[in-house]
Design a protein around this ligand. Structure first.
Ligand code: HEC
Length: 127
């Protein structure tokens, strides 16, 4: 019994370690390239840049989802009810409909977690 408990604890520790390692791998420089090519037509990344088709993403890490004053968010995004973290952003960028079902961002996601983590790492530098 005790032995199984130990094994489980070790396995859990290992998977947590792997998860945080994978997450830490986000490369902001590569993310910026993706942002410029894919996101920038709809989103600003400069301070005070304002909305384009999508809300300004400057300072998005630590901001409540759907909270930029004056932007016409979908009801889904308005009531998402969480604060953007780098990890949450990566999941959303990878697959927006999975993280905020019914949101109206006209973009299907990177469908590639590594790419999404890179973009999230870039967004985290915008402060
Ligand atoms: C064709 C335009 C378009 C593209 C391309 C696009 N977005 Fe969006 N994005 C939007 C719109 C519109 C919304 C608002 C969605 C809603 O209200 O449901 C949004 C919302 C968001 C939000 C939520 C912001 C907030 O204030 O809560 C994030 C984060 C985001 N987009 C990131 C990205 C990233 C990163 C990319 C590139 C990988 C991207 N978007 C590509 C239009 C776009």
């Amino acid at each position: 019994m005790k032995r199984i408990g130990m094994m489980t604890a070790v396995a859990m520790g290992a998977s947590l370690f792997v998860a945080s390692q994978a997450f830490a791998a986000g490369d902001a420089a590569q993310g910026k390239t993706v942002f410029t090519g894919v996101c920038a037509m709809c989103h600003n990344d400069v301070k005070g840049g304002g909305a384009k088709i999508g809300p300004d993403l400057y300072g998005v890490v630590g901001r409540k989802a759907g909270s930029v004053a004056g932007f016409a968010y979908s009801p889904a995004m308005k009531k998402a009810g969480f604060v953007w973290t780098e990890e949450k952003l990566a999941a959303y960028i990878d697959n927006p409909q999975k993280v905020v079902p019914g949101n109206r961002m006209p973009y299907a996601g990177t469908q590639n977690m590594q790419k999404a983590e890179n973009v999230a790492a870039y967004l985290a530098t915008l402060k």
